[in-house]
Design a protein around this ligand. Structure first.
Ligand SMILES: *Cc1c(COP(=O)(O)O)cnc(C)c1O
Length: 402
């Protein structure tokens, strides 16, 4: 019996060594949820369990695992941990964020159904919906989700899914999750939140009314630029069973080693996020004062259009910062090649600081689409190096092009 066949799901419980009444905080769950000490050896670290098959004492009688694609001990530890952090009943780990998104969308939409994505959705989400799902007969549209008053009207009758990202990539637009959930539910649609940028430490979409959370665990959850992974968290038992069925049937599962790396990253998520936020604040203060910068996009700024929403639904404002180079595209392209501590690279959410030019890099495929990015925009993933080093590095690069 796999973990969902009995319909019971699993209890996102904590270390069975804890008292039943113990209500552990976020950091405690990040380190212990799904990861009791190994009962045979007492090892305090969840073993990387490489077995692809598990012995049965009689036909169908086993300790909960049969075959490595269907489920494995290290993956189960990760799935229970991430479910606990997001406050959901079910966690499912995937080989990438895109594999997680694919499983969620396959479970939720059929030909003739409509998917609403945000006007500035992650490029991979846009590609999956417009190039992979649309040819199968799934309808879609891109909607500005920051205007929830008119939202129900802008959702077609056959909307099945409203896909939310907040803050978005790369403009850091913030969407009111509770308001979108209310409008979507009125339409009979479900809300999926891509919580990659915020992480469960800064934002808890399920508590705000979302139905499903997805992650690219390649980013902050893993946190060290050394593993590609994805995750889904939700509370509905039937939908969880459907996604778990697809996880096994399609097979885009993470290896035990990948699961271990994400679990290891999650243990320090809270302290890393605190430092990402603190360093981002220092970087933003410098950018705001520099004449080479036309405009800083950061939800922590009172001038940012999403500031109030972010303040309401996030613990802090995150480690992603974007800005417009005053010298336009030429200055933006020149400056991203001039930093020394910030590495010029795609991706985000790890300990090291990264800088990139979205219009020509991460968002190049969105050129000529509704998701095209301003070519003067520079995106920073502010890491956890010494704040003064990051500030000085960006300042010298800006000075050189200003
Ligand atoms: C990276 C990313 C994804 C896709 O995840 P992969 O692990 O690269 O497949 C989805 N959403 C957001 C917001 C991302 O940053």
């Amino acid at each position: 019996m796999t973990k969902y066949e009995d319909g019971a799901g699993f209890d996102p419980a904590f270390d069975p060594g804890f008292d039943p009444g113990f209500d552990p905080g976020f950091e405690t769950r990040a380190i212990h949820a799904g990861q009791p000490a190994d009962p045979r050896t007492g090892a305090v670290v969840t073993p990387i369990s490489l077995a692809t098959t598990f012995q049965q004492s009689a036909v169908g009688e086993h300790a909960g695992f049969e075959y490595g694609r269907t489920g494995s001990p290290t993956r189960q530890a990760l799935e229970e941990c991430i479910a606990s952090l997001e406050g959901g009943a079910h966690g499912l780990a995937f080989a990438s964020g895109m594999a997680a998104e694919d499983a969620v969308l396959r479970a939720l939409v059929a030909p003739g159904d409509h998917v609403v994505i945000p006007t500035d959705a992650y490029g991979g989400t846009y590609r999956l919906v417009s190039q992979v799902l649309a040819p199968t007969g799934v309808e879609w549209s891109a909607v500005d989700l920051t205007a929830p008053n008119d939202l129900t009207r802008s959702l077609p009758e056959n909307t099945r899914v409203v896909w939310v990202e907040t803050p978005t990539n790369p403009t850091l637009t913030c969407v009111d999750i509770a308001a979108v959930a209310a409008a979507a539910h009125e339409r009979g649609a479900l809300v999926v939140v891509d919580n990659t940028f915020a992480t469960p430490y800064l934002q808890q979409p399920l508590a705000l009314g979302a139905d499903v959370v997805v992650h690219s665990s390649t980013k902050y959850l893993g946190g060290h630029s050394d593993v590609v992974g994805g995750a889904v968290v939700l509370t509905d038992d039937d939908l969880a069973a459907k996604i778990a069925y697809l996880q096994n049937a399609v097979g885009a599962v993470p290896s035990p080693f990948d699961c271990y790396l994400v679990l290891r990253g999650i243990k320090t998520l809270a302290v890393r996020m605190d430092r990402h936020c603190e360093n981002a604040r220092a970087v933003v203060a410098m950018l705001e004062a520099h004449s080479g910068v036309a405009n800083v996009l950061y939800p922590g700024l009172a001038t940012h259009p999403g500031h109030e929403v972010a303040q309401r639904q996030m613990r802090d404002f995150g480690g992603m910062v974007s800005f417009m180079a005053a010298g336009g595209e030429a200055a933006a392209v020149a400056l991203v090649a001039k930093t020394r501590v910030f590495a010029l690279a795609e991706s985000l959410g790890a300990v090291e600081s990264l800088i990139e030019h979205p219009a020509r890099m991460t968002h190049a495929s969105a050129a000529d689409s509704p998701l095209a990015v301003d070519p003067a925009l520079v995106r920073l993933s502010v890491g956890i190096e010494t704040a003064a080093d990051l500030v000085a590095d960006l300042r010298q690069a800006l000075d050189a092009v200003t």
